[in-house]
Write a protein that binds this ligand. Structure first.
Ligand code: C6P
Length: 408
């Protein structure tokens, strides 16, 4: 193994927790939210103890300090995704808000009735519902790149859809259910050749492998801090400068204005134009600390470790009679293993696993149409991150055998 996992695990206080006497936590739900290293917790704690003040509003020392910390974090995030400028990184509350921001501003300014938006069948609800809302309001059309039985997108069908002249192609970089890592660069290049703008849902990719917005040439990308070791309540939208500058603002209020008169206003420059009201300042500091932590480990090491754990988990889960795994083979996949068990409902599986300290998620994981496509209402889902171990996978497998015993 390329990473010293035991050393890494020491950095995450929660991983030492015993849920009940003798029952150690096995956290296999990082796709829902990742655990936080002490450095992130301490950066936020230190912010509140030493530097807390509102940003961009005061000339006093604390206001200057907090503004500097807030902006330094933005610079770190911009470098992390290889954005040309921190002005292209807009703080939002999460991936969902970033996707909605584009649907509310860029899309409402640029799409008219009959215009086509291409999504995929594996989207999270956050990249479906904003478009349903726009379809109802504006009469835009939606088409979906199909997911094949093996969990991969059907790119031939995509090429046919492109002949219909879409205005936008918006898709997830990595499925939160199947784990499929989509060939983003190819999908984006094809979309651009067809004249479409592109948006990437990076909620599950940015935390788990190196994502370079310049190399991908993507127009917009959304991601959340809480899935990449950072706090909840903050995320980001990356956008190409020309697009962001041409877009109308999103929410109105403080910080997003240059000048206000009784009957008019002038919007601020990027990135503040999209950041109305007092933002999540301590959370931005925590976001920056999370990026520092991931950089210190190295994203290629994170990806390699997760790949090794995922391969092992798929191998072990496949051995269990009655387990059906969803998604492609390990080489096309990130650290997610969604499965059903023939003898028990996914919620029962999750509940019994919890009895042994193993935390997995059960349900449709906010991807109901994808589950419908596979003809199932729900799956149990184990997911992995840089702190996951093979021993934890073994605990999961032991737990599933226990479920089988109880239900048979
Ligand atoms: N998926 C999961 O358990 P937010 O909640 O805005 O930070 O992220 C939304 C989101 C968008 N796209 C993808 C691909 C996602 O996986 C998620 C969040 C979590 O799978 C919570 S539903």
């Amino acid at each position: 193994m390329s990473l010293d996992i035991e050393h890494i695990r020491q950095d995450f206080p929660i991983l030492k927790r015993e849920l009940r006497p003798g029952v150690k936590l096995v956290y296999l739900d990082s796709t829902a939210t990742a655990q936080k290293p002490a450095s992130v917790i301490e950066a936020m704690d230190s912010f509140y103890r030493l530097s807390n003040a509102n940003i961009h509003r005061g000339v006093h020392t604390l206001a200057e300090e907090s503004t500097a910390l807030y902006e330094q974090a933005r610079e770190k995030i911009a470098r992390f995704i290889n954005a040309a400028s921190p002005r292209q990184v807009i703080y939002t509350r999460n991936t969902t808000e970033s996707l909605n921001l584009v649907a509310y501003t860029w899309a409402r300014a640029n799409l008219k009735p009959g215009d086509l938006v291409i999504l995929t069948e594996m989207e999270h609800h956050s990249n479906l519902v904003p478009w349903h809302m726009l379809a109802a309001e504006r009469g835009i059309r939606l088409e979906f790149i199909p997911v094949a039985e093996n969990g991969l997108l059907d790119l031939d069908a995509y090429k046919k859809l492109l002949e219909l002249g879409p205005k936008l192609v918006s898709f997830t970089h990595m499925s939160n259910v199947l784990g499929t890592i989509n060939p983003a660069k190819e999908i984006i290049a094809l979309a651009h050749a067809a004249g479409a703008v592109t948006m990437l849902d990076g909620a599950q990719s940015v935390p788990h492998f190196a994502v370079d917005v310049k190399a991908l040439d993507v127009d917009f990308m959304a991601f959340s801090a809480h899935k990449m070791l950072g706090p909840t309540g903050i995320g980001a939208l990356y956008g190409k400068t020309a697009l962001l500058e041409a877009m109308p603002p999103f929410l109105g209020g403080g910080d997003m204005i240059k000048e206000v008169k009784l009957r008019s206003f002038r919007a601020n420059d990027l990135p503040y134009k999209f950041e109305a009201g007092t933002p999540a300042i301590a959370e931005a500091v925590g976001f920056g600390a999370a990026v520092d932590y991931l950089n210190s480990v190295g994203m290629d090491n994170v990806a390699a470790h997760e790949h090794e754990i995922t391969e092992y988990a798929l191998e072990r889960l496949e051995e269990i009679p009655g387990v059906k795994l969803f998604g492609p083979e390990a080489k096309f996949k990130g650290g997610v293993a969604a499965f059903t068990l023939d003898c028990a409902h996914p919620h029962d599986v999750a509940q019994i696993l919890d009895g042994d300290g193993v935390a997995v998620r059960a349900g449709h994981h906010c991807a109901q149409p994808l589950h419908e496509k596979f003809g199932i209402p729900a799956t149990s889902r184990a997911s992995f991150y840089l702190y996951s171990t093979k021993e934890e996978v073994d605990r999961l497998v032991d737990g599933i055998y226990k479920v089988k015993k109880i239900f048979s």
